[in-house]
Ligand binder design. Sequence first.
Ligand code: CTP
Ligand code: MG
Length: 409
Amino acid sequence: MTAPTTAPRVAIIVVAAGSGTRLGEPVPKAFVDLDGRSILSRSLDPIFGLADPVQVVVVAPSSHLQQARDIVGQSAGAASDACGVVVGGDSRQSSVASGLAALLPSIEIVLVHDAARALAPGSLFERVVAEVESAGRGVIPGLAVSDTIKRVDASATVLETVDRAQLSAVQTPQAFPRAELVAAYAAADREFTDDAALIQHAGGSVAIVAGDPLAFKITTPWDLRRAQQLLAETSSASRPSASALTVRTGVGVDAHALDADQPLWLAGLFWPGEAGLAGHSDGDAVAHALCDALLSAAGLGDIGGIFGVDDPRLHGAHADVFVLETVRLLAVAGFAPSNVSVQLVGNRPRFAPRKKEAEEFLSALVGCPVSVSATTTDSLGFTGRGEGVAAIATALIASATQPAAGSVT
Ligand code: CTP
Ligand code: MG
């Protein structure tokens, strides 16, 4: 993590390192799908919608570090300099401690937030930050308890009714002055269920501000279903039409010089007896333009930014390496390719005889129809002079939650 140009004063530690035992899914809770995107990805939405820049520290399980980095990178976009992912611990408390160790020197206020509260709105983050600024002490969101609460003994006998006016069901994000939280963590001699309890144990005082019902914690399968239902209601109410926001196009261009000493790999196929293309990988301009079109459609940058030319694993790599990783990144971002069209520009090879073979191969790799056409340029330009080949691609992608590409109107 590098310090962004304007050093932020506020950091948000998003704890996502739990296993989600009570949810009972095969992957850790933060990586469980919630309406087309992971719980972690959803929990970052309000944070990147805040008006003022913050440092974001995501605490992830060691088994899912790369997935967490992908999700954070996608959510952060241009703000990725201010974000980092660290490995969590066995308890929530030790996970928060890992996050605290990654704070930038400029941080004065720290928010600790459960990724599992994926629908907590941005207004809740703003409220706790404003309150901690003015009160100069810890601030946590809480909701009045509406059920009647009984104190019971070990044999399930009701002892008394607790005065619920004195109770508050607390949530996250919980906000604290940095120095106070760091000192309380350093002094902690046992586990607490939230950060406010730890601060109080260290002698600090904490205030309650109004919580938000949407900041409920996804703990059980019922909670997950409820969150899905709430998201479906919100999106159908706010979207003018499903197609307006969920279908995107992208464009990609690539060119490689001929290198007669190399074998030719183009459109994922080996072309015996043809002069090859220069490049760190196999120089497959068709596959590279295709990947660029998909990445640009998803707003994920381009092939040069994702596959470094210095990476020795990519030396001589063929289309499958680039295409499969591109499709995986799209899936992480919640998109699925609908179709890709590529045009090869060059004198050789004569493409028509193997057009069907190339299309079938690339369609299977991408997981959607890929069409490939070819043209020459009437002897004009570097392709016309036979110095190299170029390829131009367009891609259509849809949100993975789209019912079906064919149903888009
Ligand atoms: N958490 C964490 N590290 C842990 C345990 C929990 O970062 N060792 C995080 C979870 O990822 C979650 C938040 O703390 O975002 C609240 O914890 P909880 O809802 O209890 O999540 P889990 O511990 O994953 O779930 P369970 O208790 O059902 O196993
Ligand atoms: Mg837990």
